[in-house]
Ligand binder design. Structure first.
Ligand code: SAM
Ligand code: SF4
Length: 481
């Protein structure tokens, strides 16, 4: 996602900071070293987490992860095809590695581009040995065994599965915040979106297994979990417990050691009052909702097949605003959908004014293969799409600047997840997912929860001072954000 709300934490790329998983090669697994692999990920958090699981699977098989293509025997690209540019990036990366197969290296294309392009990838890039979509990851061990045995064109392209991707081991990149996919695929059929084609039908994980994994994560020292799903709140427990999504959030918030529970992405249609009630009643459920609107025009929403109107969406916003806890709201917007008139685009601008989002991820509409919107009349020229995108982003910048300034003087509990180069300077996230930079003379705040008084802001983040003692647990003082 084009990200203005969150930041990437460079420190987390440092292997020394990564939490090893029990039984991993880092912890001295008995498995013999098989070879080395390099894994590059494109796209969303679900892809990042899939990569963590693929890496865990390879480590369990005796592979070692390396940081460069040059040092690797097996090169894997976990790809994204949500917009055309993302898919093109993958082919240009593959072009860079033409000839590597001659060096004895094996190249694998995983994820959404693999599923979308299928065997055509072998024609465009004959140096690729394996093409595997995310719905086939559970077959990866056997597919990799075929590649290791010298097979040239191995594929895993099933898409009509009812299984989820379960691994015994996951190689998590962040030592404090763990991603946990609770629902895979998507059954909604938004007219612009490739996800139902590339990730297959909706399948939810058994709540018992989710909570068991979460307890293990807490035992390993993770204090924050982020539940993932394309439509995370459409979760439908396949176990006999039949837990509702809100009940799962509450159960997660009650796991000893878990101090923050996040979830993304919520679909507006399935955002029900019980979710807000759970958030109000349980401080550990973070006060942030990512609720993609896509457009502020009911006519465009219908054409997008989003299954809600502008008014329905604003009702969900009222539900969140009426909660006891002040909750941050972020969204995704597509500009220049086929047939979007100037007045309909103005409706989207007015939605920004009505909601006052804390962050907006905005995109120019990009036609995708197989989707109904790709053949719709009324394509908006690229320069007009760019103009609308710039207007929308300018408006959001102004809204955010006003919102952020209002926090001066308030206190936030911040989970510190990085150290800046400047002396005594750290950064982290509030429960509502705001990035906060803070000054503190404390020698080591990484992974700690601290109380911060806000003294100012930049365009996208808050600045503050560490004011209370360091705590490894939730602060005694009530959260003020
Ligand atoms: N499942 C989420 C939902 O229902 O909103 C979104 C998942 S999608 C990976 C992330 C965002 O990409 C979408 O919310 C949408 O704004 C954007 N997106 C998806 N398809 C797109 C397309 N064809 N062109 C431009 N943006 C697109
Ligand atoms: Fe795509 Fe719509 Fe499913 Fe989100 S809900 S993944 S936008 S089809």
């Amino acid at each position: 996602m084009g990200n203005t709300f969150d930041i990437r934490l460079e420190s987390l790329a440092n292997p020394a900071l990564r939490a090893p998983v029990a039984g991993s090669a880092e912890q001295g697994s008995a498995a013999p070293t098989r070879g080395t692999f390099y894994l590059e990920t494109f796209g969303c958090q679900m892809n990042e987490h899939d990569s963590e699981k693929v890496a865990g699977l390879l480590l369990a098989r005796g592979y070692q992860q390396v940081e460069t293509v040059e040092a690797a025997g097996l090169i894997l690209y976990n790809t994204c095809s949500i917009r055309e540019k993302a898919a093109q990036k993958v082919f240009s990366r593959l072009g860079e590695y033409r000839g590597l197969k001659g060096d004895g290296k094996k190249i694998a294309v995983l994820g959404c581009v693999a599923q979308q392009e299928g065997e055509d990838i072998f024609t465009r890039a004959p140096w690729v040995s394996l093409v595997c979509g995310s719905a086939s990851y559970r077959k990866l061990p056997e597919l990799l065994a075929q590649v290791e045995a010298g097979a040239q064109r191995v594929t895993g392209l099933d898409n009509d599965t009812d299984e989820t991707f379960e691994t015994e081991m996951t190689r998590r990149d962040n030592p404090w915040r763990a991603y946990l996919t609770i629902i895979e695929g998507c059954d909604k059929s938004c007219a612009y979106c490739v996800v139902p084609f590339t990730r297959g039908p909706e399948r939810s994980r058994d709540s018992n297994r989710i909570l068991q994994e979460l307890k293990q994560l807490a035992d390993f020292g993770y204090s924050e979990v982020q539940f993932l799903g394309q439509t995370v709140n459409s979760y439908s427990d396949p176990s006999a417990r039949k837990m509702k999504f809100s009940e799962l959030l509450i159960a997660a918030a009650q796991v000893p050691g878990i101090l923050r529970v996040r979830f993304t992405t919520s679909h507006p249609r399935d955002f029900t009052p019980d979710i807000m009630e759970a958030m109000d009643a349980h401080q550990a459920i973070c006060n942030h909702v990512h609720l993609p609107a896509q457009s502020g025009s009911t006519r465009v929403l219908r054409a997008m097949q989003r299954s809600y109107s502008r008014e329905d969406y604003l009702e969900k916003i009222s539900l969140i605003r009426a909660a006891k806890r002040r909750t941050a709201i972020t969204t995704d917007i597509i500009v220049g959908f086929p047939g979007e008139t100037a007045a309909e685009f103005d409706d989207t601008l007015s939605l920004l004014d009505a909601v006052k989002y804390d962050g907006v991820y905005s995109f120019k509409y990009s036609p995708r293969p197989n989707t109904p919107a790709a053949t719709m009349a009324g394509a908006i020229p690229d320069d007009e799409q760019s103009r609308r995108l710039a207007l929308l982003q300018e408006k959001q910048r102004a809204i955010q600047a006003e919102t952020l300034q209002r926090f001066t003087g308030e206190n936030f509990e911040v989970h510190v997840d990085g150290k800046s180069k400047k002396e005594n300077s750290w950064y982290g996230h509030s429960s509502c997912n705001r990035v906060v930079s803070l000054n503190s003379p404390h020698p080591d705040l990484l992974g700690k929860y601290v109380n911060v008084r806000v003294t100012g802001c930049t365009a996208n983040s808050l600045l503050g001072e560490h004011v209370v003692g360091v705590s490894g647990a939730v602060l005694a003082a009530p959260e003020l954000d």
